[in-house]
Design a protein around this ligand. Structure first.
Ligand code: DLL
Length: 439
């Protein structure tokens, strides 16, 4: 069965990766104009790659390389041998295009089946698949993987939350997948209908496509009464299923490194950093056929580690801190939205629906405006008259304590505005953008 590889001893895994890398380099040297040129520019011969240890001799591939070869310049098979095309989810400019042969679609299904299994899902369960279907890899990726595992799938896609909740209550799925911010929107709708967690059939939620932290996990698990795990991936590499948490372990995700070899590079020197240190995740697709990539610069910030008490032998990665593009520099301090989200966990009563607006002076970001919601129950417990002085003082002090906690944990100045629960815009389906336009 395809799961056994997850338990390979390290030396066997390295042997498998080495064989696959050597084959890949020879394959690219034969079929890819792009990599052939890169190899000759750097004076590299395919024979120079003797094992996975030699990976750092290979060129790094950037998103710009994909853009420059739009649409099919990086494909290593003719269009007639493709089974599917997907694109990245960016909304501006030309999309990044990725192609799959039949073998690639099978590989995609396998890694998603492995991911669903790690998330707790099993053959015979029903998946409520609220990832977007279409050129985004989430919907179809999870769909095929679930079918491979032997699950049935409701291909509901994202949006129309009222209908989503009707069907969750009527069809009683055991598993749901969507973005974490959309899982919160679904939880809100269930709560508005007065449905307690015990009456919801869901047991496992497979959430990803955007950064999220433990505070969001806590809310989702409590409100939906399930285990929520993190699925990571990107279209350029395959889609969802590059890495996945185990539902009984959590805290970090296995990278399915028999297919996707990870490295962490320093963002400036581009040299490998040791295990445990943060940097940019760079991935080599060891087995893809239509559009293999060498050392693809994902732009996602994380670190790798081995978990000796884990069920599987493969390397794990910490949750993504953010995309290098989403990093804000506030008076010289580097900040990712997820760090602000993390700080909310230090204050009881914060609902982690929030938006960040950089405040600029002379083209420099000097502070962040943070709009965030406060829990209704906390307000009710104070028994204030709304808009009384006591209420205003309470909200003022609450905002100050959030500002203080962010300062303590992240080291930046913020202007926190507190909003009533359910008053800020919610995620309507796909990925949420927490950073608003600069002021
Ligand atoms: O978001 C694939 C996916 C679909 C992953 C469904 C998980 C679930 P893209 O649209 O190409 O593909 O966007 C990839 O999204 O480089 C990360 O910046 C971000 N991302 C994806 N999963 C996570 C995650 C899909 N679990 C980009 N945590 C990636 C943090 C994530 N960021």
């Amino acid at each position: 069965m395809y799961f056994s590889v997850e338990h390979l001893e390290l030396d066997q895994l390295r042997k498998l990766q080495s064989e696959r890398l050597k084959n890949l380099v020879a394959y690219l040297d034969e079929r890819s104009e792009f990599y052939k040129r890169k190899f000759s520019e750097s004076g590299l011969f395919p024979q120079d790659i003797k094992s996975i240890e030699d990976i750092s001799k290979l060129p790094i591939t950037y998103k710009q390389d994909l853009r420059d070869s739009y649409p099919f310049g990086l494909f290593t098979v003719p269009k007639s041998q493709l089974q599917r095309i997907h694109c990245s989810s960016g909304t501006t400019g030309k999309p990044t295009v990725v192609g799959y042969t039949k073998e690639d679609v099978d590989l995609f299904s396998e890694v998603v089946a492995r991911s669903l299994n790690a998330a707790g899902a099993q053959r015979g369960m029903l998946l409520h698949n609220a990832y977007g279907y279409g050129i985004f890899t989430g919907g179809l990726g999870l769909h095929y993987g679930a079918e491979k595992l032997g699950m049935s799938v409701l291909p509901i896609s994202g949006g129309m939350t009222v209908r989503q909740v009707d069907l969750i209550m009527d069809f009683k799925p055991e598993v749901i997948c969507c973005s974490p911010s959309y899982a919160l929107t679904i939880a809100d709708e269930l709560a508005n209908r007065g449905i307690p967690a015990e009456d919801i059939s869901l047991k496992y939620a497979v959430l990803g496509s955007e950064p999220w932290t433990e505070i969001i996990r806590g809310h989702i698990e409590k409100r939906l009464g399930l285990h929520a795990t993190n699925i990571y991936g990107l279209s350029e590499i395959i889609g969802p299923g590059v890495s996945m948490e185990d539902w009984e372990e959590k805290g970090g995700s296995y990278i399915w490194e028999d297919h996707f070899y990870p490295e962490i590079l320093d963002p400036v020197t581009k040299l490998p950093v040791p295990y445990g240190e943060e940097g940019v995740l760079v991935i080599t697709t060891l087995t893809k056929k239509a559009m293999p990539l060498l050392r693809y610069w994902t732009n996602d910030i994380t670190s790798l580690y081995y978990d000796t008490s884990a069920k599987r032998t493969m390397v794990k990665m910490k949750p993504i801190v953010g995309r290098a593009d989403d990093m804000l520099i506030v008076r010289g301090v580097n900040v990712y939205p997820s760090q602000i989200e993390d700080a909310f966990s230090g204050i009881k009563g914060v609902v982690p629906n929030y938006y960040l607006t950089p405040i600029e002076k002379e083209h420099m970001c000097v502070a962040l405006e943070v709009d965030v919601e406060i829990n209704d129950e906390l307000i009710r417990a104070q028994q204030f008259e709304i808009n009384s002085n006591d209420y205003t003082n309470f909200i003022h002090n609450f905002a100050e304590s959030v500002e203080g906690e962010i300062k303590r944990r992240v080291g930046i100045t913020t202007k926190v505005k507190i909003h009533a629960q359910d008053s800020l815009p919610k995620c309507e389906g796909g990925k949420i953008n927490r950073i608003l336009k600069r002021k």
